[in-house]
Design a protein around this ligand. Structure first.
Ligand code: MN
Length: 201
């Protein structure tokens, strides 16, 4: 099942929080630009490219798997940002996963702290624009991968669970060039219930 239903026209993803609720990790100003301008442009561009493309009845994931060029770039960014924005909630100290996803992280990476360190390092070392991902493979095994530009793990038959956006537009207003500091701060706003639902689906 696709994370976004559409009828030949994609809509902005619905969010369970307001523009200022992620502050100070993601400020209201960054949210207004990132969600309100960058993501809105990707949605508009995808809808414009969809008409006459042959992908009108495809799921968003299938468009990402099967397309190339401009339609791939915009579909990938709509999928990536939908997964990104829907995984957040208001900041909480000592925020951590629970249940099956916590157990899977511990057994795969050694501990939650080791997982966070590896995930942040993959985000910091990604050159240029892209995304770092936690995904599950066909056997449910967890894996961390990097994708450049609009890439998404669904093209490698992985199921995306969690993602950090390392395009500069995600952090430049609040953190300037300090990508590492931004990535470290993101852990306090991850809604692990959402990640667990993706893992169990
Ligand atoms: Mn972005």
């Amino acid at each position: 099942m696709s994370i976004i239903q559409h009828d030949g026209k994609f809509l902005m993803p619905q969010l369970a929080y307001g523009a200022n609720d992620l502050s100070p990790v993601i400020s209201g100003e960054t949210f207004e630009y990132h969600y309100g301008k960058h993501l809105q442009a990707y949605v508009n561009n995808l809808n414009a490219a969809l008409h006459g493309s042959g992908f009108e009845n495809s799921t968003l994931e299938d468009i990402v798997r099967q397309s190339s060029g401009g339609i791939f770039n915009n579909a990938g960014q709509v999928l990536n940002h939908t997964l990104y924005f829907q995984q957040f909630k208001a900041p909480k100290e000592d925020n951590a996963p629970m249940g099956k996803i916590a157990a899977a992280i511990d057994s795969t990476f050694g501990s939650f702290d080791k997982f966070k360190a590896e995930f942040e390092a993959k985000g910091v070392s990604l050159f240029g624009s892209g995304w770092v991902w936690l995904s599950a493979d066909a056997n449910g095994k967890l894996v961390i991968t990097q994708e450049v530009n609009a890439g998404n793990p669904v093209t490698a038959n992985l199921r995306p669970l969690l993602t950090f956006d390392v395009w500069e537009h995600a952090y430049y207003i609040d953190y300037r060039n300090a990508r590492a500091g931004h990535l470290k701060a993101l852990w306090s706003i991850i809604d692990w219930k959402v990640i667990e639902e993706r893992f169990n689906s």
